[in-house]
Design a protein around this ligand. Structure first.
Ligand SMILES: [Zn+2]
Length: 114
């Protein structure tokens, strides 16, 4: 099956473009349930999407594929907009990715102090 990453509709393998969204279909959708049971490792968690995107970009520059998952934190229903941003990588990339994050966070702190 193919899936639309936007509306999550399912399509036959022959279909390449979502009829509704006009975007390219993907082989699988990543959602929270799949990730906990799959071969992905959670390497970073924050509440700001841009931080996760920054790290994702850094990882990509090191040829490490990463996946951002954003979900509302249902533990705090009274805080309307609080979202948990999670960054996952494949298990085999986790160690390298974590080192990368530690280095880049260190760099962030250095930058802010100057
Ligand atoms: Zn769609």
């Amino acid at each position: 099956m193919k899936y639309c990453p936007n509306c999550r509709a399912e399509y036959l393998d022959e279909i390449k473009i979502c009829a509704d969204c006009d975007i390219e279909l993907v082989d699988s959708l990543i959602d929270a349930e799949e990730i906990t049971e799959s071969d992905l490792t959670l390497i970073y968690q924050c509440d700001q999407l841009y931080k996760a995107q920054l790290i994702k970009a850094n990882l990509e520059s090191a040829n490490i594929e990463s996946f951002i998952l954003s979900q509302k934190d249902s533990n705090y229903p009274s805080v309307g907009d609080l979202a948990i941003i999670k960054l996952f990588v494949k298990n085999e990339d986790a160690e390298t990715a974590l080192e990368f994050i530690n280095n880049s966070e260190q760099a962030d702190f250095d930058f802010e102090e100057e």
